[in-house]
Design a protein around this ligand. Structure first.
Ligand code: AHG
Ligand code: MN
Ligand code: MN
Length: 346
């Protein structure tokens, strides 16, 4: 005789949510020909996120603040957490047999898979710790990653496998070490956000099918660079500050200084983020392959726009591993107005 539980199904709140692993596996099952390679890689990226998160949350206690004394290929002082996060991303993913190559903001050259490990069909590019200048002051930082399918043959991948347009990415994502720790990713068919529950040690689905509003109410730029901006950029920002209730101006100014944090707010609430080219950085400051490209992929999957001021970010053919790009991204209506100013139509 089957026992019927008189108390009925548990309330939703008591039901365990959808973990990141389950979400990825369910999508794997819906993908014809999927081998599980991608799911395996994602599980390793998720582990790296948990390990980095643990150190971020105790940075001051774990001797993780301050500088290592080295400078990286970007000419930036390397923070201890930069180095730790970089090592964790590499160690967590190099042995799984899913990758033929990696590339990191922190490494001059591509990162080869050690001979003792099998290689696979994907390439992983990442900014292991984004927002380094905010580490020591307890402000939100993140990790950004991009996954491409290799285009070369043979055991080891080559630079050509890294220098691919953003539009052909297999997946892109970021981890936000903020008031809560979140992992947001897209494979191109929707953007999904997971919140980390440290008491369980898992990421649970909390933001399914994120869509960026067509217009927002904030702009995110480093106004300290104003004197270096083009005339169009100056006129656009001045326009945003004018009083005009019909066009919901002035916009609010929001600038964290960690790209992942400014991006995440723009994705959820709309608005526009811009780090344009200027007289000091004619090619812009942000890096194409492991900052602009993955975030543009996510944003377009959520209905937004990401441009370098003249071209769609995802159409840019990378020429060098650490090449930089101007970046304007956010809500469709807001970015189109920015481009009108930047391209001289207003
Ligand atoms: P990273 O810490 O990986 O070098 O990235 C820092 C970037 C990005 O996170 C942020 O949007 C930008 O630098 C801020 O630059 P400014 O401090 O010049 O505004
Ligand atoms: Mn960065
Ligand atoms: Mn970084």
């Amino acid at each position: 005789m089957t026992v019927v539980h008189s108390w009925g199904p548990p309330p939703p709140s008591a039901m365990p949510g959808t973990t990141l692993d389950r979400h990825i596996l369910e999508r794997q099952r819906q993908t014809p020909g999927a081998t599980g390679d991608f799911s395996g890689l994602f599980q390793q990226i998720s582990l790296a996120a948990k390990l980095i998160n643990s150190r971020v949350r105790q940075a001051g206690l774990a001797g993780m603040l301050g500088l290592t004394g080295q400078t990286n290929v970007q000419g930036e002082h390397v923070q201890k957490l930069d180095e730790y996060a970089n090592n964790v991303m590499i160690r967590s993913t190099e042995a799984g047999g899913h990758l033929c190559l990696m590339a990191s903001e922190e490494d001059d050259e591509v990162i080869k898979i050690p001979e003792r490990f099998p290689t696979g069909k994907y390439v992983l590019l990442f900014d292991p710790l984004d927002g380094s200048s905010n580490i020591d002051v307890g402000v939100t930082i993140g990790t950004i990653f991009s996954v491409h399918r290799r285009v070369t043959m043979g055991r080891a991948g080559t630079l050509a496998d890294c220098l691919q347009r953003g539009s052909v990415q297999v997946a892109a994502g970021y981890v936000l070490y903020g008031s809560s720790t979140m992992l947001v990713y897209s494979t191109g068919d929707g953007v999904h956000g997971f919140t980390y529950d440290p008491s369980v040690g898992e990421f649970f689905l909390s933001h399914e099918n994120l869509r960026v509003p067509t217009q927002g109410s904030s702009y995110s730029v480093n106004e300290g660079n104003t004197s270096r901006w083009s005339d169009g950029m100056k006129r656009w920002v001045d326009w945003l500050k004018e009083e005009d209730s019909e066009t919901h101006r002035p916009y609010g100014a929001r600038y964290v200084g960690s790209l992942v944090a400014d991006f995440h707010r723009t994705l959820l609430k709309g608005g526009v983020f811009a780090y344009p080219s200027d007289s000091k950085s004619p090619a812009g400051k942000l890096r194409l392959l492991y900052e602009a490209s993955p975030l543009a992929f996510i944003l377009e999957s959520a209905g937004g726009i990401a441009s370098d001021g003249t071209r769609r970010i995802l159409d840019i053919q990378p020429k060098e591993l650490h090449e930089r790009t101007p970046l304007i991204l956010g809500s469709r209506d807001d970015v189109n107005i920015a481009l009108d100013f930047l391209q001289g139509r207003r």
